[in-house]
Design a protein around this ligand. Structure first.
Ligand SMILES: [Zn+2]
Length: 249
């Protein structure tokens, strides 16, 4: 295999040996891949800054026996401000880890790359990381084909109305009041949160709806995403714990 020059986000970095780093890179061109950055844990290494989690860089990679070897890297987005805000940094790491678990190796996904890059950029400055997380998880859900039904009852097909809305990931979306009485374990959403969710799905963007609605919606979005991903991903437990530490449940 010839060497390659790729744009990538560092999803994960682990120490390896004395001074090396083992990296999980999300490249725009080739999808997810594993690489080793030799000597990158030495503070004087030219690779030190470009091989940290959440950094976006252009990497020159040479094929090694098992992994790619980083031969050169130039930082495009250091996202240094991210780490000044603890909650934002933790949210960014969670987003990277979620994407890491979702991606198969060597399958490019430019839409997901752009979604993650945009989310990390936003987390550098936002005062509402929970809202960013909510929109990220919601966009991810739509992208993966798990959009919930929010307009009609998933059991009887009646249009949804009322002040509180019953929602159940296992049913694929909302339930009307009479069906909600028949089905145990529904989550209740305020009408505002439900309206914001529909708006978000229709337009992809809405203004920050306030802390309460943001948190309520984030929890519903997360439950829905989690329900679908738990069925597909083998080890999600640590990941969900990370998310729970961030937002609470
Ligand atoms: Zn119904």
């Amino acid at each position: 295999m010839p060497p390659v020059n790729v744009q990538a986000i560092v999803l994960r970095r682990r120490p390896l040996g004395e001074a090396d780093k083992s990296l999980t890179l999300f490249t725009r061109e080739m999808g997810k891949l594993s690489a080793v950055a030799r000597g990158a844990r030495k503070p004087t290494s030219k690779l030190a800054g470009s091989t940290e989690t959440c950094v976006q860089a252009r990497f020159h990679l040479a094929p090694g026996r098992t992994f790619w070897i980083v031969t050169q890297a130039s930082v495009e987005r250091a996202r240094a401000r991210l780490h000044r805000l603890l909650m934002n940094a933790a949210t960014a790491i969670y987003a990277c880890e979620l994407v890491d678990r979702l991606l198969e190796e060597n399958v490019p996904d430019e839409d997901l790359f752009d979604l993650l890059a945009g989310t990390l950029d936003e987390l550098e400055t936002t005062e509402h990381p929970t809202w960013t997380l909510c929109r990220f998880e919601n966009a991810l859900m739509i992208q993966q084909g798990y959009s919930p039904e929010l307009e009609t009852c998933t059991r009887c097909g009646k249009p949804i109305e009322g002040e509180t809305i019953a929602f159940l990931p296992q049913m694929g979306g909302t339930l009307c009041p009479s069906c909600a009485r028949m089905v145990p374990g529904t989550v209740r959403l305020s009408r505002t949160a439900w309206l914001v969710w529909r708006l978000l799905n229709a337009s992809g963007e809405t203004d920050f709806p306030g802390d309460e609605v943001s948190k309520e919606l984030e929890q519903a979005v997360h439950l829905h995403l989690r329900y679908h991903l738990d069925r597909e991903m083998k080890s999600t437990q640590v990941l969900w714990q990370l998310r729970q530490d961030l937002v609470g449940e």
